[in-house]
Structure formats: structure tokens, C-alpha cells
Ligand binder design. Sequence first.
Ligand SMILES: [Zn+2]
Length: 336
Amino acid sequence: MAEDVSVTFPGDGPGEVLRIAAWRFHGSGSGPVVHLQAGVHADEIPGMIVLDQLLPRLATAERRGLLRGTVTVVAQANPLGLRQFRQDRLLGRFHEAGSRNFNRHFPASIAHPDATSFSAWQSTLYALSEGAEIVLDLHTDAEAISYIYVHRDFWPKAEALGAAFGAELAILWDFDNSGAFEEAAAARLLSHQGPQRLTSTVELRGQADTDPATTEADVRGLYDFLGHVGAIEGADALPPWRGIAVPIQNIETIFAPSAGLIAFPLPLGATVAAGEEVARLLPMPGKPWISLRAPQAGRIVTRHRDRIVAKGGVVVKMTGNGPSARYTGGALDDSP
Ligand SMILES: [Zn+2]
């Protein structure tokens, strides 16, 4: 039986208490301590379903004596964001009460846990991962192929993680002070020695990618990854990773030069030449279309979820073969 390690913190309203549900499976003690979470940005559904489906498998492994590590599962990490329904749509990513991106400010908020509901949430969530040697933060992009973020010091060891989720791309980053959960975890993990240290932001495709076959492949992959790191006995071996690793400097983020309607001439994952059109933007009917073009040769990784975008919104992210002329450090989609 999993231990209930759910935690609470003060919400935005007077006297309000919010709860983060969390399960902890205790193995024999011979394996690593693992923290798995999904939904830091709130509207990231595929990872939540993957972790829901993983829970009974962990319970079975524990019952059969196959669990060696300690595994904590936080399947819906963000109750602040889960309350932000507007017109039948969940508005994740930013905390409405304070306009902050949910996955920024992590080290700062941990240091000031009582300042706001936002910092209370961040410090409460982060505390669940302290002591973990392997920390996986499952996110979802708007529309995307499967990809992972990994600090370059964890590469190529993290190839196994890419294989587990069928990731076609690994984005290798250095510290940039954007304050993502993964960055806070990496700062902790890289400062001490140990054979199994790893943290990653795993982008499980797009918000709509919840079909059962894809979910099942991800659950199996994650289970086998837990076997790979020695947290579970008897899991299947992972296949070799078949993707490309790209430094974060090589990612091209293409922002909307004006608000407008979007049409995509190419599918996700398409390989494009330098100068090839990756999106068309219609500022308003009766005006000329604007062609958004690839700054260099590469591959389309993500696309905007809706077919209308605000000025400055991210329309496409793509890999490039060389460094992006526009990369200035920091997270990829923090404004143009
Ligand atoms: Zn996210």
C-alpha cells in the first residue's frame, strides 16, 4: 500500500486550504528515491493520465516484492491552476492572481514560503521532491512531438529516459536562472555525488494527446525506466534511444509579429529547409498573409494550440542545426 503523503497549503481565498494529492511507495530500500510529478502548469493532461495509470502498476510491484526504490507520485501537481476554468477551458501556465508562470521562480519561492499562495504552493510541492535522486517533471506542450529537457551534465545518461518516452528530441540546457522546477532540482542534484542522479522536464507531446495507445506506451516506458534505474525488478529492457540531442541555443522560437489567424502548411515533426514557410498568419481578413519562415534548416517541434494567436505568442518552435541568432538565454518561450 502506498503511503498517503498528500500535503496542503493556503489558497488565494480567505481561509482556503488546497491539497496536493501524493502517493509514496516504499520498496526494499536497495533502489533510488524517485519523484514523479505531472501538471505543474495545470493544463498538461497527458502526464496526469500516465501517472494515474502507473499507480496500480507500482502497487502491484510493491505487493509482489519487486519494488526496490522509493517512488513518490504527484499526478496533479497544481491545485491553484486547476481552479482556473474560464468558459469551459482550463487556463493553465500562469497564476491568474499574480500573473506568474507556474514553472518559474522555484528557488526564490522556496526561500519565502509564506509570502503568497504561489510561493506556498511552490515550496510545498518542492518539499515532496527533496531527497529524491531522480526527479521527473511531466509537462505537455501546446501541440508537439515528444521531447525532453535535460541539463547537459546528465547527458548522455538520460538517453534512457528519451527512449522510455519515445522522445524524438532532447534539448540540452545550462543553468539560466529561469527558475523551472527542474532547474531547482538540478541545482540540488548536481551538487552531490551519486550514481543515479537525474532530473528532466519531459514534454509529453500536446495537450490533446491522450489517446489510450499513446498513454499505454508512455506508462510502459516509464515503468521500464524505473526498472532501468534500479527502482523496480523485472521490468523490460528499454530500446535504444532514436532521437537527436540539440543544445538549447539551437532552438528557434518563432513568435507572432502581430495578432492573427494561423494556418500551418506542414505537419508537426516536418523537416524544413532554411527559409521554408512554417506558418501563415492572417492579421485580419482583407489584409495580406504573413509568411513565418524557418530561420535555418531544422525540424518543427511544437505548434500553437489554437489557430488564432495574440501578438508575441509562440507560433512554432523548431530545432536548428546551429545556434539561433535570436537566442538570448533563459526559457524558450519567455516573450520575444
Ligand atoms: Zn509545462
